[in-house]
Design a binder for this molecule. Structure first.
Ligand code: SPV
Ligand code: MG
Length: 431
């Protein structure tokens, strides 16, 4: 009997999947691959049920002989293992980023005379409703909030990009790239105080108040599903911070990062060029303890950011603080540096990991930007934040366009580098 293989990455079975199984069963014995959680998060949306549950679900479908776990988005291992006569899939993968995976399967099959079958994708009212239910499970606060902790468990490093508006949120949500046949995307969003303030034309000195910052979170949450890490600056007064924790938690934010400074906060990338005061270990530990006491769920994370390297207080001070802040209840440690080379960051990570194997380390490689995610992960970093690159990319492009229109007294000269009008009016999906 012919062997037929199809790979599913769905949490819910609808008519479209049943149609694929029906077609497949007409050709031979059907094996369904379940794309593993790890592969799925690079490729598609975050799973709302885990891989074991999904395997059980696929096994229960009439016409399915066997279910196996597919650990990579490319089919190489699976095809080598079962040598299917047919691979069958919805034709939605003939366009968009998944096309590279389809073409790779076709190539593998052609090496031994296997056949690829693209079945017309089913889209009807039932499928639309299921899509909406899945969106709800991804976007609603109680689901979104806990996803950062899962990502820390599931990925070698959580790739986080800044967002400061609905539009930048959409870029972080939707950008998918293909490299060497693999797809990749960001895991989470960083709500940077620098970029949120800059977008409002204000300095990054805790001037933009929490009500306004929450408004930005809301704009982003309305159009995205990925988890949010909020830049909480110093956290303000401890008496205020406990309310911020409650609000963020209720909104579905996954983590707040607060830095161990007090008084007038200035952006860390100024370093010692401006006056900035570090809070004492006791003061800041108390803020962390009170924040942890205030939160209602186990999902929310309070991450302590250490400014000792920025303020040139030395490695020992940074390590002493990290230890104390973890003891006070911090769920993670962010270590920051404005040096161009990453040596002091790596030294901190290695020394911290000598005594603490588990507390997630967060870094923001804006200055030490030559280091790769893989190298950071090898030194125990769990979350990498690209804190300001979208804002810094947009600003010169906008400024140059404004200058050129002024120069030429018309917009023709700038048009070639602009998003086409057709694309801007269709950029945002309608509900
Ligand atoms: C931010 O993005 O606002 C940060 C990171 O706090 S940094 O600007 O490097 O201080
Ligand atoms: Mg900030």
């Amino acid at each position: 009997m012919a062997k037929v293989y199809t790979c599913f990455c769905t949490d819910v079975i609808h008519e479209g999947h049943l149609n694929i199984i029906k077609e497949a069963a007409g050709l031979g014995e059907v094996t369904v691959g379940c794309l593993s959680d790890k592969a799925l998060i690079r490729y598609n949306k975050f799973p709302t049920v885990d891989q074991e549950e999904r395997m059980k679900l696929y096994k229960s479908i009439d016409g399915v002989k066997d279910v196996i776990l597919q650990n990579d988005m490319l089919y190489t291992d699976v095809i080598n293992l079962i040598h299917p006569d047919y691979v069958i899939h919805g034709d939605n993968w003939t366009s968009g980023p998944e096309r590279v995976i389809r073409d790779h399967v076709e190539k593998l099959l052609s090496e031994y005379g296997g056949k690829l079958i693209d079945v017309p994708y089913t889209y009807n009212e039932e499928v639309r409703k299921i899509d909406l239910q899945l969106k709800e499970k991804l976007g609603m606060p109680e689901y979104r909030r806990k996803r950062l902790r899962s990502l820390i468990e599931m990925t070698s490093i959580v790739k986080t990009m800044e967002a400061h508006s609905g539009l930048t949120g959409l870029i972080v949500e939707k950008t998918v790239v293909e490299k060497d046949g693999h797809l990749d995307q960001f895991d989470a969003m960083w709500l940077s105080s620098l970029c949120d303030s800059t977008a409002k034309g204000k300095p990054d000195i805790e001037l933009v108040d929490m009500t306004s910052r929450f408004r930005t979170i809301d704009d982003i949450m309305e159009v995205t599903t990925k988890p949010i890490i909020f830049d909480g600056d110093t956290g303000g007064l401890t008496e205020h911070f406990v309310y911020t924790v409650r609000s963020l938690e209720r909104m579905g934010v996954s983590a707040v990062i607060i830095e161990d400074k007090k008084g007038l906060k200035k952006n860390s990338l100024f370093g010692t060029e401006v006056e900035q005061t570090q809070a004492s270990i006791e003061e800041f530990s108390e803020k962390i303890r009170e924040g942890k006491r205030a939160q209602l769920t186990d999902d929310f994370m309070i991450i302590a950011r250490i400014e000792s390297l920025i303020l040139e207080k030395g490695m020992d001070d940074a390590l002493e603080r990290a230890k104390a802040f973890v003891e006070a209840g911090a769920d993670g440690i962010m270590i920051h540096s404005r040096k161009k080379d990453p040596d002091e960051i790596l030294e901190f990570c290695d020394k911290f990991r000598e005594t603490d194997k588990t507390t997630p380390i967060v870094v923001v490689p804006s200055s030490f930007n030559s280091i790769t995610e893989e190298e950071l992960a090898a030194h125990g970093v769990k979350i990498v934040i690209y804190a300001n690159q979208l804002t810094r990319a947009a600003f010169p492009a906008m400024q140059k366009t404004a200058e050129d229109i002024l120069k030429y007294h018309r917009a023709k000269e700038v048009d070639d580098r602009l998003l086409p009008i057709k694309d801007i009016i269709t950029l945002i999906d309608e509900i």
